[in-house]
Design a binder for this molecule. Sequence first.
Ligand SMILES: NC(=O)c1ccc[n+]([C@@H]2O[C@H](COP(=O)([O-])OP(=O)(O)OC[C@H]3O[C@@H](n4cnc5c(N)ncnc54)[C@H](O)[C@@H]3O)[C@@H](O)[C@H]2O)c1
Length: 261
Amino acid sequence: MKGLKDKRAIVTGGSTGIGLATVIRLVQEECKVGILDFNPFPMTEEIAWLAPHIHFVQCDITIDDEIKNAVKEINEKIGPPSLLVNNAVSFIFKGVDASVEEMDMICQTNIRGTSRVTHHVVPYIRQNMGGSIVNISSVSGFVGQENFATYTATKFALRGLVKAWAVDLAKENIRVNTVCPACVQTEGFVRAIKKMGMTIKQAQINYGKTHLLNRIAQPAEIAAAVAFLLSDEASFITGSDLIVDGGYLAAIEKDIEKAFD
Ligand SMILES: NC(=O)c1ccc[n+]([C@@H]2O[C@H](COP(=O)([O-])OP(=O)(O)OC[C@H]3O[C@@H](n4cnc5c(N)ncnc54)[C@H](O)[C@@H]3O)[C@@H](O)[C@H]2O)c1
């Protein structure tokens, strides 16, 4: 993709799922990538080829000093980043019965953590005279889903942050957008469906039906959209939401239309 070669990026939550797929895609596009994750990076044989192109720092994005030091270390190792992907997430799915601790935890990771990472990375992006930031939101940032209030609140907030940051940063040539997936087969997704007592096969079929394309996504399909928004191919896109949901939201609108037939 145009404009990614030799760029430096930071990806949060890059040890698994969409984050790891994004790291892989960006390295394929010839970027250098700094990764922040509180879980270790799984340097398996299959992805050992990434090693010369990445720098991993174990970091909890709910702890401000850890973020500050990690971003500084990445700058020293690979140079100042111009690209940022805010992907790390706390998955807590609760309705009005959510406890104070659950509400605090999800907000601390998804909203405060994302804001603090951006706070610490933007000064480096400025050194490049511009760049691009992507927040990973979700279809849950557009519609209500049963017992999802905790998660939904934070995914709407990530879209809000994008609108506000796009306004503030446009004059510095920094574009800010979201990518909004529906169901993606990641480690996080598999953990959630196992908790519900479902097998992966059942989840693929049941959740697949809620998407017009009749399947759930693979992480690389989301990473492709992230790479596009980070690249110069998206040079006139800022403050925007890129919905990568296999028709999930369109299908809901179709069902509503059916109800009034
Ligand atoms: N999987 C889906 O179905 C789906 C759907 C819509 C949106 N999303 C969004 O995509 C993004 C990635 O989701 P995923 O499914 O790949 O998740 P995942 O659980 O597979 O990966 C998330 C990563 O974030 C890391 N992380 C969590 N808290 C952290 C913290 N405090 N500090 C540092 N790292 C932390 C985890 O260690 C993990 O490596 C999230 O923003 C999620 O909301 C996922």
